[in-house]
Design a binder for this molecule. Structure first.
Ligand code: ZN
Length: 135
């Protein structure tokens, strides 16, 4: 079980961002996903000459979590953009994080300090797996 502070999670995201492949946007982003059982996964954004095939840091971290066979429950995601603060997850990443029950989002504020929000504040009234259950 990993217990990490918000600052430590942002630091893990920052380390991942340093590996970002961003020859087109020059906008490196890193994400750190902490599962509900305390396992940490990180990801960075990876761009492509076919722009639409890029993947964001958050989705990269989530797919790495799934590929590892880990718990599909995201307790917290920390996101950092090396050239922008705060750097909130995009709409696609919010939906993917919603799929895996993300509880909390941490970004770096303009002052460099962690800013934490409950997930439902960044994706209210969301569509998720429960919506597909039979009435
Ligand atoms: Zn995204």
């Amino acid at each position: 079980m990993t217990t990490l502070s918000d600052t430590e999670l942002l630091d893990a995201a920052r380390r991942a961002a340093e590996h970002a492949y961003v020859p087109y946007s020059s906008f490196p982003v890193g994400a750190a996903v902490l599962t509900d059982d305390g396992t940490l996964f990180t990801g960075c954004n990876v761009e492509n000459a076919a722009y639409g095939e890029a993947i964001c840091a958050e989705r990269n971290a989530v797919t790495t979590m799934i590929a590892a066979g880990e718990s599909p429950k995201v307790a917290t995601v920390a996101v950092i953009g090396l050239k922008a603060a705060p750097c909130w997850p995009c709409g696609a990443c919010r939906q993917v994080l919603r799929e895996f029950h993300c509880d909390r989002v941490i970004v770096e504020g303009e002052d460099g300090q962690p800013v934490s929000l409950p997930f439902d504040q960044i994706l209210p009234n969301s569509f998720g797996p429960d919506a597909l259950e039979a009435r």
